[in-house]
Design a protein around this ligand. Structure first.
Ligand code: NAD
Ligand code: UDP
Length: 311
């Protein structure tokens, strides 16, 4: 059955993939975006589809529309972007959640929150399970994002407990793929662009910190499975690829796959940068029968091809 689906942040990296997939599955899709970090290029190929609509709107302001489901993705996601206007980042997470939850309540529809592994901060428990409450500095330079997202989770749970809103919370771990913003400073895009240009590869710190990188197509599968799961499956549920790599290992793979002559240089580690991150995905496996299929090398090959095509 064709659904009408609202995606906030639909012109962003993940949002644009989600728009495309939901359209391909025969739905009507409306993207709500203020284009702070998203771009019209990301959604340009969708504009010829009569079932796609792109609306310029800032989610800190209420928005009313008749839809069947909401995916709430609007929020800058990379450190340089979310720190650019830290107060606005908090407003986007918190007021955006309130406005979209209010809409879901009025319409009595499902709403999915794109939360983040950053709610675990610099984690002491490894790998991170959903029952871990995290280790977040509430006054640091990452806290506008981390605490904004934590407060959004609180709001989702309270709208559920108080108003029976049908909520779904997923905690997304580092995701990469085509349509990533080339200048958002994230490690995968930085390293690929540096390698393709034979420029120095920038290690923040000594490169021993770890991340677990998920290819975007796997995430999209998981997001849709979560939305379609039984109403009692509210989460939070981790969504990430549990294969963990040091930043050094990532650089070695990117250099090998691009045949680059780049050298490594060392720059200071930003404050509160998590030392390790790896999702425990047992809950996603059990509740959604979901696990990622695309491993790092395959995903990097596709992402390198994308960056080559836009350079
Ligand atoms: P992105 O920056 O590419 O996309 C975010 C989108 O939200 C952009 O299109 C941006 O213009 C829009 N936006 C920002 N503020 C807005 C506002 N006030 N009103 C309307 N639109 C606004 O980032 P992404 O990587 O696609 O992330 C999407 C979501 O997934 C975010 O909520 C992010 O926190 C979450 N997430 C992403 C990752 C990741 O690795 N990419 C990891 C964890 C969580
Ligand atoms: N990083 C790095 N060089 C870069 C960009 C990032 O060494 O050019 C490091 C960064 O310090 C962090 C990791 O790579 O430890 C992942 O950074 P990213 O911004 O991609 O994601 P997040 O820190 O939000 O997980």
């Amino acid at each position: 059955m064709k659904k009408r689906i609202l995606i906030t942040g639909g012109a962003g990296f993940i949002g644009s993939h989600l728009c495309r997939r939901l359209l391909d599955e025969g739905n009507e899709v409306i993207s709500l975006d203020n284009y702070f970090t998203g771009s019209k290029e990301n959604i340009a190929p969708l504009l010829s589809n009569p079932y796609f609509e792109a609306i310029r709107h800032d989610v800190t302001m209420p928005y009313f529309i008749e839809v069947d489901e909401i995916y709430n993705l609007a929020c800058p996601a990379s450190p340089i972007h979310y720190q650019f206007n830290a107060i606005k980042t908090v407003k986007t997470s918190v007021m955006g959640a309130i406005n979209m939850l209010g809409l879901a309540k009025r319409l009595n529809i499902k709403i999915l929150q794109a939360s983040t592994s950053e709610v675990y901060g610099d984690p002491i428990i490894h790998p991170q399970t959903e029952s871990y409450w995290g280790n977040v500095n509430p006054i640091g330079i990452r806290s506008c994002y981390d605490e904004g997202k934590r407060c959004a989770e609180t709001l989702f749970m309270d709208y559920h407990r108080m108003n029976d809103v049908k909520i779904k919370i997923i905690r997304i771990f580092n995701t990469y793929g085509p349509n990533m913003h080339p200048n958002d400073g994230r490690v995968v895009s930085n390293f690929i662009i540096q390698a393709l240009n034979n420029q120095d590869i920038t290690f923040y710190g000594d490169g021993s910190q770890t991340r677990s990188f998920q290819y975007v197509d796997d995430l999209i599968d998981g997001m849709i499975k979560m939305m379609e799961s039984p109403v009692e499956t509210i989460g939070p549920i981790n969504m990430g690829n549990p294969n963990e790599f040091s930043i050094r290992e990532l650089a070695e793979r990117v250099i090998a796959l691009t045949g680059s002559k780049s050298k490594i240089i060392f720059q200071p580690l930003p404050s509160d940068d998590p030392k390790q991150r790896k999702p425990d995905i047992d809950l996603a496996k059990a509740k959604l029968n979901w696990e990622p299929k695309i491993q790092l090398e395959e995903g990097l090959i596709k992402t390198i091809a994308y960056f080559k095509s836009i350079m």
